[in-house]
Design a protein around this ligand. Structure first.
Ligand code: WTA
Length: 658
């Protein structure tokens, strides 16, 4: 794996110059779920700490007998135990009298709403699980889910979990090709989808992409289709014998389906994430540890109380949605908000209208969204009553102090604590974060490791860097919701995360600790970009580009972007006989969107005669980043041919921006 140190970025420098501190208010601290002694308890004996939490928070079908078996890098948590995730997220709340409590206030983009109580979830999950059984799904079978943000999405996930059938949710913005690859890797028997959903004021059909994908997925027997768009989805054609409408099969099922108790380490789901190669990694998460980790962090970090209205504005297709829209909040019997559409429809105050209408008390979103709102000005949030908000969260990328302060002042009205939460698809749960009511925050810092988590910042040799210095972020101890591996590839799991620094989990992020030990995350140190909080591998985009017949070679880097954090900057060398043109530029971008999905469409595209390479033929992305940023070039002594850079520079003025 190539690891190049990140070049200094202006916003990172602003981050490190930041020294304002926001201590918790006494009033917040007095009522906070989290107390300082949580750190002390966890530090004394982290296994005993997690064992206590697991006993208290989980309803076990059979109690666990061991807390942790750690055969580095393979962890087993809560061995001997049996449980069911959907029972813990739904049934037990109904049994304790919370059936009429709202699980989700759902808001469709056109303005339609649905209220789903825990009793509704209980009934619908059981009916859906019976429908899955009728379609041949048994414990251990994999199910692919490709859906818009509608209530049937969490219902489908919980129905899978009820049967012990691992799901693999594919974000609805991914292409048919990406969907096919994910279905095939998981050998999914069933795909659950919808005719489409609403996006930016228009119906967006989904089923045609499933049909395209299914041309090359031999494992799939059935497709279960939710009707969301109806007549507005003219291209939704049902294949006889294969495709079944949700309302036809689910509605007629009995509302009882006993939860299947599974082992603690039974696979709950697979989820893809981009790494340093063209093929994304398939991350494995299992049941008990994930439930323990997501539910404890959710309750402590967001200070969730029984009456809160909690809104995580991510898409369920990403890990944030899995852990903090579905499993963590439902395990805690939380009332959540789920919104189908985009923040700009019908206007840029849609979110603030939702906060006002539903009296949202906790909001969790990405810095990209906050920066987009900043651009629209203070007047829009000011028009709405946001006084219900009492905790604000941030996730997915470093938050620049300017956006932090804007969020604090204009959305939190100066008094809602902000929790900047660092974690990854791989970690399953938040690992570095303030605890509201306990931690004094600093704008732009994710502050400290969560109780029980051992993190460090190390240099290139794996030696801990003293406070005040920067290096690579590592984790030194297993944690309950950690990934259990890469599906089908234990060697890659070891190599990717555990070989750079022996004995330590290598996160792929740069970090610095200040003199007081606060962690400041500095972005990826590998070939992974972060665009609007979404991880995209440079190599994945490069291989999508060279997949086009006009392209001989391509290189991709992340360029700093004031709105999206990073933007994709592509360099393309054309095959002999092909001429650069605006038309071809558009075609190449479209091709990437086709192969991966619109989120991977390059913002900048530069046709270039050559690429800077080392003598061993490796593309020097570091120099390409300098060119993309218009910076003076770093060290060029390892270049095989120094004139190449000048040749690219001459062209760089012609980089097209979309
Ligand atoms: C980045 C999203 C700084 C980081 C939950 C990490 C962050 C990657 C933060 C994981 C944060 C996430 N501050 N950077 N608070 N949260 N990141 O897998 O680079 O989509 O490695 O998980 O996002 O992205 P993923």
């Amino acid at each position: 794996m190539s690891i190049e140190p990140s070049p200094p970025k202006p916003e990172i420098e602003a981050l490190l110059a930041e020294n304002r501190t926001f201590p918790p208010s006494a009033a917040f601290a007095a009522q906070a779920n989290a107390k300082k002694d949580l750190y002390d308890e966890a530090e004394k004996d982290f296994e005993a700490f997690w064992a206590r939490v697991a006993r208290e928070r989980v309803d076990w079908a059979e109690p666990f007998t061991t807390t942790l078996e750690w055969d580095l890098p393979f962890a087993k948590w809560f061995g001997g135990g049996k449980l069911n995730m959907s029972y813990n997220c739904v049934d037990r709340h109904v049994e304790r009298g919370l059936g009429s409590k709202v699980a989700y206030h759902w808001i469709g983009e056109p303005g339609d709403t649905r209220t789903i109580t825990y009793a509704d979830l209980h009934r619908e999950v059981q009916k859906a699980a019976n429908a899955l059984t009728e379609l041949g799904i048994r414990t251990g079978d994999r199910v692919a889910i490709y859906m818009p943000m509608i209530p049937e999405l969490p219902i489908a996930m919980l129905a899978c979990a009820r049967l012990g059938a691992p799901h693999t949710v594919v974000f609805g913005g991914f292409s048919a090709e990406a969907l096919a690859g994910r279905i095939n890797d998981a050998e999914a028997k069933l795909v659950i989808t919808a005719d489409g959903g609403w996006r930016k004021g228009k119906p967006a059909e989904l089923k045609p992409a499933v049909d395209t994908a299914l041309a090359e997925t031999p494992s799939v027997r059935h497709v279960l289709v939710v009707r969301r768009l109806g007549d507005r989805a003219p291209a939704c054609v049902m294949a006889e014998g294969r495709d079944v409408w949700w309302h036809d099969i689910v509605e007629r099922q009995a509302p009882e389906c006993p939860p299947v108790p599974v082992d603690s380490e039974h696979m709950l789901y697979l989820l893809y994430t981009s790494g340093t190669t063209a093929k994304p990694k398939v991350i494995i998460h299992t049941t008990a540890g994930y439930l323990v980790g997501t539910s404890l962090t959710h309750e402590m970090i967001f200070d969730v109380k029984p009456d809160d209205v909690y809104w995580c504005a991510a898409d369920v297709g990403w890990v944030t949605g899995h852990s903090y829209i579905v499993y963590g909040p439902l395990a805690n019997a939380t009332t959540g908000v789920m919104y189908e559409g985009t923040p700009d429809t019908p206007g840029w105050d849609r979110w603030w209208q939702i906060v006002e209408d539903f009296k949202v008390t906790i909001l969790y979103c990405a810095p990209t969204a906050i920066r987009a709102f900043m651009k629209q000005g203070e007047a829009l949030p000011a028009k709405h009553d946001l006084s219900s908000l009492r905790v604000l969260g941030s996730v997915g990328e470093p938050i620049n102090p300017e956006a932090w302060l804007w969020y604090h002042e204009n959305i939190g009205r100066g008094n809602a604590p902000i929790v900047d939460t660092w974690w990854q698809t791989e970690t399953g749960m938040i690992l570095i974060t303030p605890l509201p009511g306990v931690t004094a925050t600093k704008p732009g810092s994710a502050t400290f490791p969560f109780p029980g988590i051992a993190a460090d910042v190390v240099d290139g040799d794996g030696a801990s860097v003293p406070l005040g210095g920067g290096g690579y972020l590592v984790l030194n101890r297993p944690w309950p919701a950690m990934l259990r591996g890469i599906y089908g590839d234990p060697a890659r799991y070891r190599e990717t995360y555990w070989s750079r620094f022996p004995g330590m989990y290598f996160a792929g992020d740069g970090a610095k600790r200040d003199a007081e030990g606060y962690y400041w995350l500095l972005g990826r140190v590998d070939d992974v970009m972060n665009v609007s909080g979404h991880r995209i591998s440079t190599i994945e985009v490069e291989s999508a580009l060279v997949d086009h017949k006009a392209v001989a070679e391509a290189a991709v880097v992340g360029k700093n972007d004031p709105l999206t954090g990073q933007a994709i900057f592509a360099f393309a060398i054309l095959r002999a006989g092909r001429e650069p043109s605006e038309q071809l530029g558009r075609e190449l971008r479209e091709h990437v969107a086709q192969v991966i999905g619109p989120i991977a469409r390059p913002k900048f595209l530069l046709f270039t005669p050559d690429l800077p390479k080392t003598r061993s033929g490796k593309i020097m992305r570091r120099l390409l980043r300098d060119i993309a940023e218009g910076r003076t070039l770093g060290d060029t002594t390892t270049l095989a041919d120094a004139s190449v850079v000048e040749a690219i520079r001459e062209h760089s003025g012609s980089a097209e921006e979309e």
